[in-house]
Design a protein around this ligand. Structure first.
Ligand SMILES: Cc1cc2nc3c(=O)[nH]c(=O)nc-3n(C[C@H](O)[C@H](O)[C@H](O)COP(=O)(O)OP(=O)(O)OC[C@H]3O[C@@H](n4cnc5c(N)ncnc54)[C@H](O)[C@@H]3O)c2cc1C
Length: 396
């Protein structure tokens, strides 16, 4: 049986970042992943799965030495973020208000994962097992380790990290319960060519049926540029929309999205159901959960993976402190410190997203007036607006 300090189940953005962060502390790490991401080629079409990466996440990716590679591949910075329901309550946040060059970058998830996987090669203490999958694990009380059975081999470690996403098998096998629910809405992601080229802005327009959003993407197209559109709507409606031929979908977009989008060409599309999940505990014995395995949030404000990166940094910090103080770094006391650092922050963000979702799902005229007054006032109250902005960027 091969022995490691840590075994990370899931080599997605969060698992890969966690592996590199723990290898930086000198620990030996095994990463177990079912599917290898496709290599990057400059001529490849833009992926459908993209994320708005905050300044705090950028700092972590820099610390993990993955940022420069992502930057060299393709990346789209944005300086402004606009939200509105009624045009009179249009609110715009600007990076200059918080003395930053950008508010964040829109990046393809796969490129973040790939750049972190490249870092595996820079750390001889990381071993990648791919394609491989978790089957089961058990506590070994004699050796004080956790024995992990994969599809074709067995590994053992002092700590097992579940970074295997929203339907985490690690979480289920560790008997860690969940609270959560499915939202009535789904999200449709649509990659389009747009007449807008690198407008440096991402926007979200709230409609009675759910928000529609625009995220700029890297590159220049025949029409101008590229963008990722997000269309939130009732699940059944999204099912219908995703089944439309691209030309008809483009027409539907022109009707429902704000006019500022202009005439677009649909390139690619896909639908995702929205769920909220929060693990009742982030650790149990020698098992710890990170990222979507611990919490899945409504993506309305693009915070999911950013919260996961904060988990990665928190776990690295508590383990580094334990090593520095000669403590047992994989003990439950240390894992409890990780949970303490992260649970309330994740909960606040999840609750804020739910409040936003509920407020904008409410059809009454009074609620609409209240929402727009809130937007209008937030535009006037600069200190409040800047505080919210700093928190969203992860730099408060
Ligand atoms: C529509 C939509 C838009 C979003 N937009 C944003 C955004 O703009 N900004 C943002 O911050 N977040 C966004 N998110 C959230 C973000 O995508 C997730 O938070 C993020 O992908 C979670 O990363 P993860 O590594 O924790 O999990 P995942 O990305 O799910 O990775 C888990 C990995 O584990 C592997 N795996 C699973 N089970 C096993 C097993 N048994 N054995 C081995 N490997 C296994 C999987 O193959 C996968 O590679 C969005 C989400 C959605 C649905």
């Amino acid at each position: 049986m091969k022995k490691f300090d840590c075994i990370v189940i899931g080599g997605g953005m969060i698992g890969a970042a966690s592996a590199v962060s723990l290898a930086q502390l000198g620990l030996t790490v095994a990463v177990v992943e079912k599917f290898a991401p496709k290599s990057f080629l400059a001529e490849q079409a833009l992926d459908l799965r993209v994320s708005a990466i905050s300044l705090a996440s950028q700092q972590l990716l820099m610390q993990l030495e993955a940022w420069q590679q992502i930057h060299d591949w393709r990346i789209c910075p944005y300086q402004r973020l606009a939200v509105w329901e009624h045009e009179l309550a249009y609110t715009e946040f600007n990076a200059t208000d918080i003395e930053q060059p950008y508010l964040g970058h829109i990046i393809e998830n796969r490129l973040i994962q790939l750049a972190l996987w490249q870092q595996f090669n820079q750390h001889p203490n990381i071993t990648l097992f791919c394609p491989e999958a978790l089957v089961s694990f058990s506590d070994n009380t004699q050796t004080n380790t956790i024995d992990v059975e994969l599809t074709t081999q067995q590994l053992s470690a002092r700590l097992l990290i579940g970074a295997d996403g929203a339907n985490s098998k690690v979480r289920t096998l560790a008997n860690i319960g969940l609270t959560g629910w499915d939202y009535q809405q789904s999200a449709m992601l649509i990659n389009v060519e747009t007449p807008i080229f690198q407008d440096n802005i991402t926007w979200q327009h709230f409609l009675p049926t759910g928000p529609v959003a625009f995220l700029p993407l890297a590159g220049k197209s025949d029409l101008g540029g590229y963008a990722s559109l997000v269309w939130y709507h009732h699940r059944d409606k999204i099912k219908q929309l995703v089944a439309l031929p691209n030309t008809q979908l483009a027409k539907a977009i022109e009707i429902h999205f704000p006019q500022r989008l202009g005439e677009i060409k649909v390139l690619n599309k896909g639908a995702f159901s929205l769920t909220r999940r929060h693990a009742n505990q982030y650790y149990h014995h020698k098992v710890v959960l990170l990222g979507d395995a611990a919490h899945t949030i409504n993506p309305m404000a693009g915070q999911g993976v950013n919260l996961g990166f904060k988990d990665v940094l928190a776990l690295q910090t508590v383990i580094a402190e334990a090593i520095a103080h000669g403590e047992s770094w994989s003990s439950e006391q240390v894992l409890a410190r990780y949970e303490k650092k992260r649970r309330s922050d994740n909960l606040v963000m999840m609750t804020a997203m739910d409040a936003l979702y509920q407020a904008f799902s409410h059809p009454s005229i009074a609620m609409k007036l209240l929402r727009n007054t809130a937007f209008f006032m937030s535009n006037k109250l600069t200190p409040v607006k800047n505080k919210v902005l700093k928190h969203a960027c992860g730099i408060d």
